[in-house]
Design a protein around this ligand. Structure first.
Ligand code: NAP
Length: 323
C-alpha cells in the first residue's frame, strides 16, 4: 500500500480527495524516531518541514503545497521527484497583486495613518505626496487625493500560471499590458527577458511574478530600478531575492519609485531593517498565497498527482525529476 505523509496539523476532512487505497500518515514537526513513507507532502513552512525531514525514510516523491519550491531540492537532494502545486495560488496571489496596486495608487497606507490620527484635514497631505512621487509640482486644482489604475501601462515580469491570472483580473482596468517571460510568444505577445531594460521605462506599474532561481536572483538591480519611470510602482509578489534589497532601499529613499512587496530578502525581515521605514512602500509579510481556499485547492492537486503516480501516468507539475 502506498504511504503518503502529510502535515499532522491539517484537518483530516481536507484529505477526502486522496484515493481510498492510500495510507495517509500524519507527520509532525515534533516527531521522534523514523517513519517509512513513499510520498511526502511537506508542511508549507520550510522551517517546520525541515525539522520533519531527518525522520523520514523511503521518500520517492515530494508533493509541495506551494508554487515556489526553491528550498526543497537542497533539503531532499536529487534522487527524489518534486512536484509543485501550480495553480493553487493563482487566485490568492493575483488578488493580492491587484489589492497592492490599488492600495498604493489610492494612498491607503497614508489614509490609514490619517484614520488612526482622526484628523480629516490631513487628507491634503495626499496632494504633496502626489507632487513628490510624480515629480509634477504644478499647483493642481482641485487637489489630487488619489490616482487611477485605469489606462496605465503595466509590465508583468513572469507570464506563467499566476501572471496570466493577474492579466485576467486586470482586464476591467483597460491597462496597456506588456508581458515578459523566458520564452518569446505571440498571441498574446510575450517579450523575451532580454528586452526587460527597454520595457521598464514604458511602465507605470511593474509586477514581478517569476520563480526564485539563480537566473532571477537580483533580476531587479540598481541599474534596472534606474530604468523605471519617476513614480513608477514596483510590485513584488514573487520572492524577495528577485530584487536587490539594498538597491530597492536606495531607490525608495531617493523618492524615485514606489513599491508594494509581499516578499523580502531576508525573510523574516528583521525589526531593525531599513526597508520597514522606507517611504512610498507597502509591505505585507509573505501572505500572498494564504487564503482559506488555498489548502483544499493544493491538496486536491496533490491527490490527483498521487492517483497519477499509482496508475503510472505522467505527473502534472514536476519541477525536479529524480536522477
Ligand atoms: N507571494 C506569494 O505568497 C506567492 C504565492 C505563489 C507564488 N509565488 C511565487 O510566484 C512564482 C511564480 O508562480 P507561477 O505559478 O506563476 O509559476 P509558473 O507558472 O512556473 O510561471 C513562471 C513564469 O516565470 C517565467 N520565468 C522563469 N524564469 C525566468 C527568468 N529567468 N526570466 C524571466 N522569466 C522567467 C516563466 O517563463 P516561461 O513562461 O518562458 O517558462 C513563467 O512565465 C512562484 O515560483 C513563487 O515563487 C509567490
Amino acid at each position: 500500500m502506498l504511504r503518503v505523509g502529510y502535515p499532522a496539523v491539517l484537518l483530516p476532512e481536507m484529505l477526502a480527495d486522496f484515493p481510498a487505497e492510500v495510507e495517509m500518515i500524519p507527520i509532525s514537526e515534533k516527531m521522534e524516531g523514523e517513519v517509512e513513507i513513499d510520498v511526502w507532502i511537506p508542511d508549507p513552512y520550510s522551517t517546520r518541514a525541515s525539522r520533519a525531514w531527518p525522520h523520514l525514510r523511503g521518500v520517492k516523491l515530494v508533493l509541495s503545497m506551494m508554487a515556489g519550491t526553491e528550498w526543497i531540492p537542497p533539503l531532499v537532494g536529487p534522487h527524489v521527484t518534486i512536484c509543485n502545486a501550480r495553480g493553487a495560488h493563482n487566485v490568492s496571489t493575483a488578488e493580492w497583486t491587484l489589492a497592492a496596486i490599488l492600495a498604493s495608487l489610492k494612498y491607503f497606507p497614508l489614509y490609514f495613518d490619517i484614520q488612526r490620527s482622526a484628523k480629516w484635514t490631513r487628507r491634503f497631505e495626499a496632494s504633496a505626496h502626489y507632487a513628490a512621487i510624480s515629480g509634477d509640482s504644478r499647483p493642481i486644482y482641485p487637489p489630487v487625493l488619489q490616482e487611477e489604475l485605469t489606462g496605465k501601462t503595466v509590465l508583468i515580469v513572469g507570464y506563467g500560471s499566476i501572471g496570466k491570472e493577474i492579466e485576467r483580473m486586470l482586464a476591467p482596468f483597460r491597462v496597456e499590458l506588456l508581458r515578459v517571460a523566458r520564452t518569446v510568444r505571440s498571441e498574446p505577445r510575450v517579450h523575451s527577458i532580454t528586452e526587460l531594460d527597454s520595457l521598464l521605462p514604458l511602465a507605470q506599474v511593474v509586477i514581478l511574478i517569476v520563480p526564485s532561481t539563480l537566473e532571477t536572483r537580483h533580476l531587479i538591480n540598481a541599474s534596472r530600478l534606474g530604468f523605471m519611470r519617476q513614480g513608477a510602482l514596483l510590485v513584488n509578489a514573487a520572492r524577495g531575492p528577485v530584487v536587490d534589497t539594498d538597491a530597492l532601499v536606495a531607490a525608495l529613499q531617493s523618492g524615485r519609485i514606489r513599491a508594494a512587496v509581499d516578499v523580502t530578502d531576508p525573510e523574516p525581515l528583521p525589526a531593525e531593517h531599513p526597508l520597514w521605514s522606507c517611504p512610498n512602500l507597502l509591505i505585507t509579510p509573505h501572505i500572498g498565497g494564504s487564503t482559506p481556499q488555498f489548502a483544499p485547492r493544493s491538496l486536491a492537486i496533490a491527490a490527483d498527482e498521487v492517483r497519477r503516480y499509482m496508475c503510472g501516468e505522467p505527473l502534472h507539475n514536476v519541477v525536479q525529476a529524480a536522477i
